[in-house]
Write a new protein. Structure first.
Length: 363
């Protein structure tokens, strides 16, 4: 089956979705507050004034930079929202959860068009994520109810993710120099495409992620001639633990899943997106439901999301994630990991440091 041209795919799939989410932002503002917040009127739950275009721009760059490595926008959008935009009330958690729920849909559709999807990789980790998404929000309203310990935990998570990405970048570059591994094959394929006068894609277009074997609690996937044997139980437990931590922080979980999958199974970015993108959608949906429905029903705590803020940011996030899905196979892994590792590690270090000392700027 031939793929639709890129422009047609954008107009028929992305434009209607973007219009729907953007319209939901305007509708949510009037339904929740009776007016449209923005640059002149503060968002009531956030307590800050910010132009709507700024939220869309935030979603776009966070959605692109994270989706290209199989993650959702939350782990970048959350510190930016808290530090730059000064939205640090408890409502920031479910608001970011709304962004991480909607933002990956752009990447999901884009990667599926590229045939970078696999049900076995997605379903087992998502089952664990459902349970984690029900538990994590209760940790947020108890142990992490105060802003300072909450930002400290965010910082630790960012430092861990940044360190892994940096180490993985160096490892990937060395494998390219020695001529081994998928990084080296990517480089050779890109050079061959460039020599033909074509776009220097390092991954063949339409390369599928296939399940070639199932049984005894394991399954084996194949991609571009390489194979990985994976335990269903390990995936489910990993999804559960990551889900608890991520739902407590209000992010999608990709910032933990990507390092785990990369280190434990040596899955390349081009493969692990088949698990991490569906996972962050499922986890964020359950986490958002827990914050909005379950917690108010069983406790006296009410943490409502700033719905309009989340929808506006998600509009940019969906577009950015779709663009990432369309460009990922052109970018070497080590460059992406090095860039993200440096930025993530720096942001995390500042959050951790700010917990112990007064910085000259507000976090």
């Amino acid at each position: 089956m031939t793929q639709k041209p890129l422009l047609r795919e954008f107009l028929t799939e992305q434009v209607p979705l973007l219009a729907l989410v953007l319209s939901a932002g305007f509708a949510a503002a009037y339904l929740q507050h009776g007016f449209l917040p923005g640059a002149d009127i503060a968002f009531p739950l956030a307590g800050v004034k910010v132009p709507i275009w700024h939220l869309i721009w935030l979603g776009f760059w966070a959605g692109y930079t994270m989706a290209v490595v199989g993650e959702a926008a939350g782990i970048f959008a959350l510190p930016y929202t808290m530090t730059i935009l000064q939205f640090s009330t408890p409502s920031v958690t479910p608001t970011t959860q709304l962004l991480t729920f909607l933002n990956p849909f752009g990447a999901l559709f884009g990667f599926r068009r590229n045939r970078q999807h696999n049900l076995d990789l997605a379903k087992w980790v998502c089952l664990g994520g459902i349970a984690g998404g029900l538990i994590g929000p209760f940790i947020r309203i108890t142990i992490l109810s105060e802003t300072e310990p909450f930002t400290f935990v965010v910082g630790l998570a960012l430092v861990a993710a940044g360190a892994h990405l940096t180490v993985a970048a160096v490892r990937g570059y060395r494998s390219r120099k020695t001529g081994t591994g998928i990084e080296a094959r990517f480089h050779k394929e890109a050079e061959a495409q460039r020599a033909k006068g074509l776009a220097p894609s390092g991954i063949p277009a339409g390369e599928p992620i296939k399940t070639i074997e199932r049984g005894n609690g394991h399954f084996t996937v194949e991609y571009w001639g390489e194979q990985w044997r994976i335990s269903q139980l390990t995936l489910t437990v990993t999804g559960l633990l990551v889900g608890i931590v991520s739902a407590a922080l209000g992010v999608g979980g990709g910032f933990l899943l990507v390092p785990i999958f990369s280190a434990l199974y040596r899955l390349p970015m081009y493969v692990l997106v088949a698990a991490t993108i569906p996972y962050v959608i499922v986890l964020s949906a359950v986490g958002l439901f827990t914050y909005s429905v379950i917690i108010p029903a069983f406790t006296t705590t009410m943490i409502a999301p700033e719905w309009a803020w989340g929808f506006f940011a998600a509009t940019g996030g969906i577009l950015g994630a779709w663009c990432a899905a369309k460009t990922q196979r052109f970018v070497p892994e080590h460059l992406l990991k090095l860039m993200l590792g440096g930025i993530t590690g720096l942001a995390g270090s500042l959050y951790v440091l700010g917990f112990f000392v007064d910085l000259p700027f507000k976090l």
